[in-house]
Design a protein around this ligand. Structure first.
Ligand SMILES: [Zn+2]
Length: 255
């Protein structure tokens, strides 16, 4: 049996208008920062790993806890994490890799190619990447703990990545299937439910056509037995059941 949890590490209030390409209303939305734990028969896996307090301070994010502290609430130590699937390399998803000394990290090859390309001379292209996180990925590569993926991959039985690009060149979704039930973690292919329902991406964007195709991929995975989880919507904390013994809103069970 596979279980999937969302663990939230921080949040900020953002106007909806700043979350939708071509704008929206001024209504404030609860924009949350999370990562995901997959408790799979083959071992414990993370999807992304959040970030630490200094990054939160730089980005004016109300910080609640690190990924390690969030896992501690479930009685899980960092060395128990066997693998981390990175959906992409932005600071809020790849910001604490060195806290997991035993984990093998999965990343789309195109993501590292892009974030080490000459395009990084343009601040707009490099935005979202933290130099320390890139150094951590390079360190993992030297240690043989970085596994590159070239497109869609089944990481372990029932856990699949879907390379869509759009937000960044290597952005990937993760679908987790257990029997008839499925969770689709969209990460930043769809930040909010509003991005999903409108088929409109968040304005931090590499490639509009790929973003449109990403919504098509997400919709193709969705059915009555599937929960589609947008990457940054605080509403997820209210829609799903909290895990007993964890602070309110910190940890919810998705599958
Ligand atoms: Zn993000």
């Amino acid at each position: 049996m596979t279980r999937v949890y969302q663990l939230t590490i921080g949040s900020k209030q953002l106007p909806l208008s700043s979350c939708l390409l071509r704008g929206g209303t001024a209504e404030l939305v609860d924009f949350s920062y999370s990562f995901w734990l997959v408790d799979h028969p083959d071992g414990l896996m993370l999807v992304d790993c959040g970030f630490r307090a200094p990054a939160a301070e730089r980005k004016a994010i109300s910080f609640e806890r690190t990924a390690v502290q969030a896992l501690e609430l479930l009685g899980i130590g960092p060395s128990e994490i066997e693998s981390i699937v990175l959906t992409h390399m932005h600071f809020d998803h790849a910001g604490s890799l060195s806290d997991f000394p035993e984990a093998t990290v999965y990343l789309q090859r195109t993501e590292l190619d892009y974030f080490t390309s000459p395009l990084m001379r343009f601040p707009l292209c490099a935005s979202g990447l933290d130099a320390d996180d890139l150094a951590a990925v390079r360190g993992l590569e030297r240690q043989g703990r970085l596994l590159f993926m070239d497109g869609d991959t089944e990481v372990v039985p029932g856990v699949r990545t879907h390379h869509v690009g759009g937000h960044t060149p290597g952005t990937q979704l993760v679908s987790i299937t257990d029997g008839a039930r499925r969770v689709v973690l969209t990460s930043d292919a769809a930040h909010l439910y509003a991005n999903l329902s409108g088929g409109v991406p968040f304005p931090v964007l590499h490639d509009v056509p790929s973003s449109c195709v990403a919504f098509e991929v997400i919709n193709g995975l969705d059915d009555d037995a599937t929960h589609v989880i947008p990457g940054h919507d605080g509403e997820v904390r209210r829609r799903f059941d909290p895990v007993a013994g964890t602070p309110s809103g910190s940890t919810v069970a998705l599958l």
